[in-house]
Design a protein around this ligand. Structure first.
Ligand SMILES: [Ca+2]
Ligand SMILES: [Ca+2]
Length: 133
């Protein structure tokens, strides 16, 4: 999840002298709103985040380096980091084109296989069976 601040103005008074007022303008500031368990900061807690933890499992990493699997900030990738991901599983919005959301469940393949077998079986039956003869 990401929040973008397009622009804002700040007015300041220097040294209590009202004659020394001024303003400056800051443009295009972006601030990331962190989602617990979203280690790669794509706005979704899923398989990519789990893989980050697993690929750095039992390793000492830079403290708080989420890209190396340490969302707990203790410098070690372990069970607490895994729980941070699993405890927030599927939170957020899956990124467009995320391959993990396009892969059918294994049960879908079983159902598709059964349906194909039934269609093949029915089409292979002699016609007289269909006609009830
Ligand atoms: Ca993520
Ligand atoms: Ca940790």
């Amino acid at each position: 999840m990401r929040a973008d601040i397009r622009s804002f103005d700040i007015t300041f008074i220097s040294g209590g002298n009202s004659g020394a007022t001024g303003a400056f303008f800051i443009d295009d500031i972006s601030a990331a709103v962190l989602l617990a368990g979203d280690l790669n900061h794509d706005g979704f807690v899923g398989i990519d985040d789990l893989n980050i933890v697993l690929s750095h499992w039992n390793q000492t990493v830079l403290t708080g380096d989420t890209l190396r699997g340490d969302p707990t900030g203790d410098g070690f990738v372990g069970i607490d980091d895994l729980n941070a991901v699993l405890g927030n599983w599927n939170v957020g919005t899956p990124p467009l084109g995320d391959a993990s959301t396009n892969i059918p469940e294994p049960t879908s393949f079983v159902c598709l296989g059964l349906a194909s077998a039934i269609v093949y079986y029915i089409s292979a039956l002699p016609r007289r069976v269909h006609a009830g003869v």
